[in-house]
Design a protein around this ligand. Structure first.
Ligand SMILES: [Zn+2]
Ligand SMILES: [Zn+2]
Length: 347
């Protein structure tokens, strides 16, 4: 076993990142050392890389970036119960404390002392990552590692659908980045009746159709509110999942919902959103909620079953794999408006 490894780190509080040679972390009780096979670049890694104000306020370099990965267990600390050397694993991004009232109440995905892999806990854009066993999920030995690495964002989509349960209903997914597209594909497997997709990009809307959307509207050209109303007898939809983070889409989502409809936010707005509480909360009695990561572990179990069923096809969302040294090109492609997840391979 070598002593040093390559890691893509945020070392300075400004845009960019750099490859460093750092010691491979040593296992300790309860911790598992994973050799990373492949890691995906998420929108939030992109934010850490570009370093806008809202990220700068919440993170302090130096740290190793990255949180969506698939790898092999190469060493386990004492007291590790559920993993052994040779297991293929994927990672949960959120590191809960296990002791606070949220953790003890069975809602550890909302831990009040949460650490976040790739931001406040050293991440997976490295040859190895050391994590508590509570943050690992065992997967099938033969899974495509890139598919394994996107089980984490797939979990965000599944969590939003667990929370809104659109079985037999009409659903609108606003925004067709990778997680919006995953939401469309999973919603069809979970029994959504008619699915509307909106985006500003025709390329993304084409992919939305491949993922199973029944209607696609380009919000640059179409009035989303009028188009959805026209397609639903003026009634609107039962459920909206907002996956774009745009303030305009948020308001459109409230407008296209039926009275008493369900609204779930998973796109992260970068600034506060103002809306008419009288109209939407009181007169329409909308149910507005959001999701933070994945439930530990009912979401992971459902993701695993959806993949095992062989019916969910998210392979078109799996994009290029770059060597970790070529991270600058990988981040460029990931920011180019591609519909696919882009990956880094540290090996
Ligand atoms: Zn992510
Ligand atoms: Zn906690």
């Amino acid at each position: 076993m070598p002593e040093k490894m390559k890691a893509l780190q945020k070392t300075f509080p400004q845009p960019g990142a750099e490859i460093k040679e750092i010691p491979i972390p040593e296992v300790k009780p309860g911790l598992v050392l994973v050799k990373v096979e492949v890691a995906a670049i998420c929108g939030s890694d992109q934010a850490v890389y570009r370093w806008p104000k809202h990220i700068a306020a919440k993170t302090s370099p130096p740290f190793t970036m990255g949180h969506e990965y698939c790898g092999m267990v190469v060493d386990v600390g004492s007291n590790v119960q559920n993993f052994s050397v040779g297991d293929r694993v994927v990672g949960e991004t959120h590191v809960p404390c296990g002791n606070c009232y949220m953790c003890r109440g069975g809602t550890q995905h909302l831990c009040i002392n949460m650490k976040s892999v790739g931001k406040t806990y050293d991440g997976c854009f490295a040859e190895y990552i050391l994590v508590p066993e509570s943050c690992l999920i065992k997967v099938h030995k033969n899974i495509n590692p890139s598919l394994g690495a996107i089980m984490e964002p797939l979990g965000v989509a599944v969590h939003a659908l667990q929370k809104t349960n659109p079985c037999g209903e009409t659903l609108a997914v606003l925004g067709c980045g990778p997680i919006g597209l995953m939401t469309i594909a999973v919603s069809k497997q979970m029994g959504a009746h008619i699915v509307f997709a909106t985006s500003r990009s025709d390329a993304k809307l084409n992919m939305a159709q491949k993922m199973g959307a029944d209607y696609q509207f380009n919000s640059r050209q179409d009035s989303v509110v009028e188009a959805v109303k026209a397609a639903t007898n003026d009634e609107g939809v039962d459920t909206v999942i907002e996956a774009s983070g745009s303030k305009e889409a948020f308001i459109e989502g409230l407008e296209i919902l039926k009275r008493h409809g369900k609204f779930c936010l998973l796109g992260i707005p970068t600034e506060p959103v103002l809306f008419d509480a009288d109209l939407f909360l009181i007169r329409k009695e909308l149910n507005i909620t959001g999701v933070w990561g994945r439930k530990m572990y009912s979401t992971w179990m459902l993701v695993d079953q959806l993949i095992a069923s062989g019916k969910l096809n998210v392979n078109p969302l799996i994009g290029d794999v770059y060597r970790i040294e070529d991270y600058a090109s990988a981040f460029e492609e990931a920011a180019s408006g591609t519909v696919q997840r882009i990956f880094l391979s540290p090996g």
